[in-house]
Design a protein around this ligand. Sequence first.
Ligand SMILES: Cc1cc2nc3c(=O)[nH]c(=O)nc-3n(C[C@H](O)[C@H](O)[C@H](O)COP(=O)(O)OP(=O)(O)OC[C@H]3O[C@@H](n4cnc5c(N)ncnc54)[C@H](O)[C@@H]3O)c2cc1C
Length: 398
Amino acid sequence: MSTNTHLASSPDMNFADELRAVAEALEAALKVRDLPAFYRVFRATSLPFLCSELGDNTEALFLRCFDVVHRLGSISPAVALAVENHYYVTSAVATFPAAADSALEDFRQRLMARVAGERLLVANTNSKVHGKKIGAIGTVAVREGTGFRISGEAAYASLATEADILVLLTELAGEGLALFVIPDMVGNPSLEIGDNLFPTAMIDSDTRRIRFNDLILKAEDFATTAESGVAALLLPFEMAWHQALIGALYLGSAARAIEEIRCFANETVGRDNRPLSELDGMIVDVGRLVAEYEISRATVLQCAKQLSMVSDLPGHTTELQRASAAASIAKYGSCRTAEAIVSAARRIVGARSFATGSILERLSSEVIFGTLGPEVTAVIERRLGAQTMQSDRFYGLS
Ligand SMILES: Cc1cc2nc3c(=O)[nH]c(=O)nc-3n(C[C@H](O)[C@H](O)[C@H](O)COP(=O)(O)OP(=O)(O)OC[C@H]3O[C@@H](n4cnc5c(N)ncnc54)[C@H](O)[C@@H]3O)c2cc1C
């Protein structure tokens, strides 16, 4: 049985109704290749602005975001990824305990008021580029009077043509990493939204290269430098939200793949005229997949608690480290599990996965992006391996 009881037991059925409507809108939009139609329905609901409704309840907010991205991930992992980018940024900003840094707290409050008040969608970029050096940043901000001039290129911004504002992480010349908000993405002549970075498999994530042509920002668009004090904890906090929700979205794809097996095996009879669903081997195979899904789902859901423990910074720095570690593992396991479950579904359903507009074709080509980011598999494995090798005793035994 699913561990998802938080939705079923909620007295607030509006959320479930809105989620159903948004899921139906996505199914319909994909059929006619009209994603703006999906975003119109999404924006008209309260779903994009959960952060303002539940910003004071991290656990509840996480569980709601989980439900949305899991549901959308069961239809289109790519679109779910675009939407997830909005959710992780807005949720992290809404729940970040910044009281010890009054300037950051003021910025946070203003941003949240704007997102909810003007019903905005938020994209983000970490300014990474695909250069010869891993982790290279392609943009730079330079102080100019009381404002800033931004130039250069970033490889990744999902939700790029639908979002209204862009959260930008860049190098601030001479001062290290800094966070800005570009308040007007739409029709901004100094912001060039380029081609799709993934023109085939992940096209619906709307992930594009973006170029800053001497874009001028005001002092009020500057959030914080991100290298010291409480502000330096914002990036890991955001990352913990991101990784956990990425796990949720790809588990949505896994859940849909299991449902496809269930339907196929119940609707199809073997040469002996018995439904495939009655074969003991099939029952065992599906049971194994469900067990793997549930294990990963539990690791993602526990991130709700871990994130909610971070209610005071810098006081809860250790809790933040635990939440980051939990989210990293949850993402690592869930994305691998999702990929394996979708592959298993493809093998069970067979060639018709690619023949009749089956959703397994879309899931197959998009689910593989889970392990590719935000933290790449090699980074997670190397960190855990090094921690273990450098310790006196494996922490799992202590
Ligand atoms: C579909 C999609 C949408 C995205 N949308 C956004 C977005 O909206 N905004 C945003 O800011 N970012 C976005 N990203 C980028 C994401 O946040 C990560 O930066 C990105 O996924 C990292 O992947 P990379 O291949 O660029 O990593 P790189 O860091 O370039 O790594 C490439 C490869 O090098 C190897 N490698 C890297 N580091 C190590 C190491 N320490 N040890 C050993 N090997 C290593 C690994 O094999 C790795 O796969 C998106 C990514 C994807 C896939």
